[in-house]
Design a protein around this ligand. Structure first.
Ligand SMILES: Nc1ncnc2c1ncn2[C@@H]1O[C@H](COP(=O)(O)OP(=O)(O)O)[C@@H](O)[C@H]1O
Ligand SMILES: [Mg+2]
Length: 454
């Protein structure tokens, strides 16, 4: 919810706090000074005894004898129409009567007490009677001083407030300038100018905000660029088979192409390719959204590998490529979605097959690694991957071969394999071993418990 404070600009908020602090400081200062000045000036001098004092003292003592307490004495003194400039001090040394209320409850100094006349009660308590004089000069001095202080404080308050406002305006303009710049840049980015950056080099919070802002803009720009490239790639990949289909259909209609088994098979092939491309794109879109459904079950990896080798066995033989299969004995079952891992292996083996020359060799191996996962490698004796292609090989639509040959896929096989392995919590990477060829590695988790693999 937006409170009234949220509606104010930063500048107004800071200005208000400056002023509140100034007003508080001057008020507190004023109260302190007022108090201490009053204390400092409210002193008195003990005067010497007069006849009247003597009479009063006698009276007090006789009153006390009659009533047995000083309460009545104090009452009478208070009711006296004329101020009686004396203090009555109780045995604790505290003033219990004084015509000037400021002295009530105060303790007198030893020296002042000595000047008074003790009244010693039968029970040993000592009360005192002290005549005093408050200097009239002091009283007027006090008034004058307080007035001057008050005026000075009000003036100082105004001056501080004015200085505060000027300084804060200056400071705030300085502080909020980068914020205004950030605001303008954010608006330009919102309007689609993704190459917008802010130049703020301060090392305060605003500087940090600015560098986070620039990072955000950078990643937005990269994402936008990737999206643009992706759309271009997709339309290119779709256009090639669609053009071929269209030409073939036009030819059939115009009688330029003979309708027959071979023609229909070729047409069907193109449609299958298109459907596969669309399915791959769909799978990648699901992976991006984190919605790839992975149905894990404890699975024997050896079973998966053997199943696949059986399917591609004929192809291997036809290409004159030998196969080296090495699976660690007693390999524990893995916790995977069998179909997805088959898809990954098929992809890697198809790539290896395509890049391995006749007489070459493909090696597939699986073993438990020291991190409690199973590590799988698919290596070949082909040309390997150019070092410059290594970092980009798992990008979508990336094909190392210069020409986009129709023989290969669209360059979506490795990105899909990466998405599938990562959805299993594993890792996939490639390296060129020293003895040539390419080696694709991936890891998948071991099934901890559960039923033994079927
Ligand atoms: N075993 C391999 N040896 C050499 N290059 C490979 C190998 N596997 C993949 N590549 C390169 O990586 C690119 C991307 O592979 P992939 O994503 O499977 O796409 P596609 O197979 O559709 O071309 C391939 O075009 C190829 O250039
Ligand atoms: Mg491939």
């Amino acid at each position: 919810m937006r409170g009234p404070i949220d509606r104010l600009s930063l500048q107004t908020k800071l200005l208000i706090s400056f002023i509140v602090v100034i007003v508080l400081a001057t008020t507190i200062g004023y109260l302190f000074i007022n108090h201490s000045v009053k204390r400092a000036f409210s002193d008195f001098t003990v005067r010497s005894f007069t006849i009247q004092d003597q009479i009063l003292l006698e009276l007090i003592i006789s009153y006390y004898r009659r009533t047995g307490s000083f309460d009545r004495v104090i009452e009478i003194l208070k009711e006296s129409p004329r101020e009686v400039p004396v203090l009555l001090i109780d045995p604790d040394g505290k003033v219990v009567y004084s015509p000037d209320e400021r002295y009530l409850g105060r303790h007198l100094s030893e020296e002042q007490l000595r000047e008074g006349e003790p009244i010693i009660l039968p029970n040993g308590d000592v009360w005192r009677f002290v005549p005093y004089r408050a200097s009239p000069v002091r009283a007027s001095l006090e008034e004058g001083f307080l007035k001057a202080t008050r005026r000075a404080l009000v003036l100082a308050g105004w001056a501080a407030a004015a200085a505060g406002i000027i300084i804060s305006l200056f400071l705030l303009r300085h502080m909020t300038r980068p914020l205004r710049r950030l605001d303008r840049a954010a608006k330009r980015i919102a309007a689609g100018k993704l190459d917008e950056r802010v130049e703020i080099k301060t090392s305060d919070e605003i500087g940090h905000l600015a560098s986070s802002f620039n990072e955000m803009a950078e990643s937005l720009e990269r994402a936008e660029e990737a999206k643009r490239r992706m759309i271009a790639d997709i339309s290119h990949e779709l256009r090639t088979p669609l053009t071929a289909l269209r030409t073939a259909i036009d030819g059939l209609r115009d009688g330029l192409i003979e309708p027959g088994e071979k023609t229909y098979a070729a047409l069907q092939n193109r449609v299958i390719l298109l459907a596969r491309l669309v399915a791959d794109l769909h799978q990648l879109a699901l992976a991006d959204a984190g919605r790839l459904s992975i149905e894990r079950r404890p699975t024997s990896l050896e079973g998966v590998i053997d199943g696949i080798l059986e399917t591609i066995g004929v192809q291997l033989e036809d290409s004159g490529i030998s196969l080296d299969r090495s699976i660690e004995p007693g390999l524990p079952p893995v916790d995977v979605d069998r179909q997805r891992i088959e898809q990954v292996l098929l992809n890697l083996l198809a790539n290896a097959l395509r890049h391995t020359p006749e007489g070459g060799r493909i090696r597939i191996s699986a073993e438990e690694d020291d991190q409690g996962q199973v590590s799988v490698c698919v290596c070949d004796t082909g040309p390997g991957i150019k070092p410059s292609d290594l970092p980009r090989i798992f990008e979508r639509f990336y094909r190392a071969d210069e020409a986009r040959t129709s023989e290969g896929g669209a360059g979506l096989g490795l990105p899909i394999a990466k998405a599938l392995i990562e959805a299993h919590g594993g890792r996939i990477w490639v390296e060129n071993p020293d003895d040539g060829g390419a080696c694709f590695h991936f890891t998948i988790p071991i099934a901890n418990d559960g039923p033994p693999p079927g």
